[in-house]
Design a protein around this ligand. Structure first.
Ligand SMILES: Cc1cc2nc3c(=O)[nH]c(=O)nc-3n(C[C@H](O)[C@H](O)[C@H](O)COP(=O)(O)OP(=O)(O)OC[C@H]3O[C@@H](n4cnc5c(N)ncnc54)[C@H](O)[C@@H]3O)c2cc1C
Ligand SMILES: NC(=O)c1ccc[n+]([C@@H]2O[C@H](COP(=O)([O-])OP(=O)(O)OC[C@H]3O[C@@H](n4cnc5c(N)ncnc54)[C@H](OP(=O)(O)O)[C@@H]3O)[C@@H](O)[C@H]2O)c1
Length: 378
């Protein structure tokens, strides 16, 4: 029997479908994907993510070849040790983003005239400066700035970082779609340092994944499974792509006829263009799979309204649900949203539970320890 598919032995998956979740006029490009797992023997649970190994954009590979003066035909050891043409290694195995410290060190060795500029970045004390400089720049930008480098194909490959897979929350229930996974992906395209730039994996999925199969694996998330007891209240906070796992939870609950009440807080920029899965949400509301849906469209009015504002407006009810043994789930942006939602939960405990800040902090910690406050944030 062949080995089961895993991160080390990923399954070559096929894209079945993609459609836009954002409508004309939206400032975002968020897409719904359906990926076939047929024949893989892979299974998943609500809360899990799909790992995707992207390939680099061929245009970016060609741009780097032009900058380095290499043909792409040079045979070079790949990270696996096999000899492969440089073009293939640049496409499949290394990232063309995030120039490494090794790349800068090699530049310094080859371009003594650049020593003053580069040595600063190699000083261990100057890591922050290095990070700031590298931030947002590609390997091609750096090599264009230092043509003196003149790398051979083998030297170049040695100083590039490995291309890593990206994770995407699975937005479907295995009970409804045992042989496919659905994803909700915000495509990254922006302008920085004078040129158009893009996310590697999101644009791979959006622009090139339908051409052939691509390697995937299931990333299990034991910490983010739906509540074991489906009769208890379930509160889900999932703005933007954070809604993905909750679509999986709701599909699952509809299938098994879960009895506990559910409440979803969803947020995006504008109601008319960015209300993802609106019809499905309305269907679940009508069927009683979802009892409450509170939306926060941040840019439909002059001042920003976020999911945590909706939580605060409904603090008494939310506190009641938690008092009934409810579970509190958060998914999506880690840096801002999840931090603010955490703060709102604490404020609710203070306002509604009459707790001091310190007691409210311990109460939130206890909720976490009891696994009734679960997060999957990125
Ligand atoms: C457990 C988990 C679940 C996830 N689930 C999802 C999901 O369901 N949906 C989803 O879309 N993502 C999800 N992600 C994030 C996803 O894994 C990728 O990180 C994301 O899609 C970006 O990948 P990329 O290769 O397209 O971008 P990359 O090539 O990795 O580039 C991203 C980087 O580009 C830079 N950048 C982006 N925009 C700008 C800008 N405007 N200005 C300047 N710099 C910018 C930032 O440095 C950013 O870190 C999840 C992550 C984790 C860990
Ligand atoms: N690096 C980047 O530039 C970039 C670009 C796209 C996505 N991402 C990352 O990808 C992940 C998910 O992005 P996404 O497209 O799903 O949506 P998102 O960027 O998280 O936005 C979804 C909604 O959340 C709102 N929001 C912004 N700050 C918030 C806060 N502090 N608290 C609560 N809500 C807040 C947004 O409002 P407003 O936008 O109106 O403020 C928007 O209405 C995040 O990690 C995000 O940082 C990064």
């Amino acid at each position: 029997m062949s080995a089961p598919y895993s991160r080390k032995n990923p399954f070559p998956a096929r894209l079945l479908e993609s459609r836009s979740l954002t409508q004309a006029g939206s400032g975002k490009e968020t897409l719904h994907f359906e990926v076939s797992l047929e024949g893989s023997g892979l299974s998943y649970e609500p809360g899990d993510s799909l790992g995707v190994f992207p390939t680099n954009d061929p245009t970016e590979v060609e741009d780097l070849l032009v900058v380095t003066g290499l043909s792409g035909e040079e045979m070079v050891p790949a990270p696996s040790g096999n000899l492969l043409p440089l073009r293939e290694i640049l496409t499949r195995y290394v990232t063309l983003r995030e120039p490494s410290k090794q790349l800068l060190a090699a530049l310094l060795a080859k371009c003594p005239e650049a020593e003053n500029e580069l040595s600063e970045f190699l000083d261990p004390e100057a890591k922050r400066v290095l990070n700031d400089w590298v931030d947002g720049r590609d390997v091609a930008d750096v090599l264009l700035a230092y043509p003196c480098a003149n790398f051979t194909a083998e030297e170049l490959v040695k100083v590039l970082r490995k291309l890593q897979p990206r994770l995407y929350s699975i937005a479907s229930s295995p009970k409804v779609f045992p042989e496919a996974v659905h994803l909700t992906v915000a495509v990254i395209r922006y302008h920085l340092h004078g040129k158009k730039r893009q996310g590697v994996c999101t644009t791979f999925l959006a622009d090139r994944a339908k051409e052939k199969t691509f390697p995937v694996f299931i990333h299990t998330a034991k910490h983010f499974r739906p509540p074991e007891d489906t009769s208890l209240p379930l509160i889900m906070v999932g703005p933007g792509t954070g809604v993905a796992p909750f679509r999986a939870f709701l599909q699952d609950r509809e299938k098994v006829g879960a009895t506990g009440k559910t409440w979803l807080f969803f947020g995006e920029r504008n109601r008319t263009s960015d209300f993802f899965y609106e019809e499905e949400m309305n269907h679940w509301l009508r069927k009683g799979v979802l009892q409450r849906l509170d939306t926060a469209f941040s840019r439909d009015q002059e001042h920003k309204i976020y999911v945590q504002d909706r939580m605060m407006e409904n603090a008494a009810e939310l506190w009641k649900w938690l008092g009934e043994g409810g579970y509190f789930y958060v998914c999506g942006d880690e840096a801002h949203m999840a931090k603010d939602v955490h703060g709102a939960l604490q404020r609710i405990a203070m306002e509604q539970g009459g707790m001091s800040q310190e007691t409210a902090e311990s109460w939130v910690d206890e909720l976490k320890k009891a696994k009734r406050y679960r997060r999957d944030v990125y």
